[in-house]
Ligand binder design. Structure first.
Ligand code: MF3
Ligand code: CO
Length: 254
């Protein structure tokens, strides 16, 4: 069952999403060679506190941090560490969510550390663009897998691969709600999209093979071939007039 949110509920989700977008924007400006992922997590905690927002990930299935920081071959759920100092040429995915007044927002961006290779730039650009291709299919009357298919087609045409093990999700009164949203699949399958559905769409795209493995910390997912991976995520709402992105940084308070 996918919940259709009322106007009042969407306003609460919108508020959480605005806070998430603002915090990610501020975090991205802190990304420089020499910064540790631990510092970025601490800053995310500080910014959330200032907004009276509760970080959504800390405590979720025992995850111990507010922020996920996934560097280079790390795909998702990378854990902040005092020992992980970002260096010129790295890419780092910052994945963050909050809950305010019982409603959640969730978003991720992949940020370059200083000057990065052309291949890393292309991976980040294609991953972000694939998210927008997916979002453009989040139209009332379409089916869920139209989103999935648009992402996969765009990515694979450009020689990159889609991670299968992690998916997007419905979001609202919980971080993860129905439906699951794979980033691959044939078009025209799954439920019909309706106004009021709130979805977190989050392609994780690899520069090499799609396979991933989980490290011994039981959280960090890395590419099996240790090539680069990128990740972008937005929370969106399906409206009568098409998709509306709730975690756009342009809508965030400065
Ligand atoms: N955006 C990620 C997701 O929706 C972040 C979850 S991290 C966790 O899966 F720690 F909360 F699991
Ligand atoms: Co998510």
């Amino acid at each position: 069952m996918i919940i259709l949110r009322s106007h009042a509920e969407i306003e609460k989700i919108r508020n959480s999403c605005r806070i998430v977008a603002g915090i990610l924007q501020k975090l991205s400006r802190r990304v420089h060679p020499g910064v540790t992922t631990w510092d970025l997590n601490a800053f995310s905690e500080e910014l959330a506190k200032k907004e009276d927002a509760k970080p959504a990930f800390r405590g979720y299935h025992g995850y111990p941090f507010a922020l996920c920081t996934s560097v280079n071959e790390e795909v998702v759920h990378g854990m902040p560490s005092k020992h992980r100092r970002l260096k010129e040429g790295d890419i780092v995915s910052l994945d963050f969510g909050v809950v305010v007044d019982n409603y959640y927002g969730d978003s991720a961006i992949t940020v370059p550390v200083g000057h990065i290779s052309d291949e890393a730039t292309r991976l980040c650009t294609v991953t972000e663009e694939s998210l927008y291709r997916g979002i453009s299919q989040a139209v009332a009357g379409n089916r869920l897998s139209d989103i999935s298919h648009a992402i996969q087609e765009f990515v694979e045409e450009r020689g990159f691969s889609v991670v299968r093990e992690f998916v997007g999700h419905g979001i609202g009164q919980h971080l993860h709600e129905s439906p699951q949203i794979p980033n691959y699949g044939p078009p025209g399958k799954g439920v019909r999209l309706k106004p009021g559905m709130v979805l977190a769409i989050e392609p994780m795209i690899n520069s090499g093979a799609p396979e991933v493995e989980i490290l011994e910390d039981q959280w960090t997912a890395v590419t099996l071939d240790r090539k680069l991976s990128a990740h972008f995520e937005h929370t969106i709402v399906v409206t009568e007039n098409g998709p509306e992105i709730l975690t756009r940084s342009e809508t965030a308070l400065q």
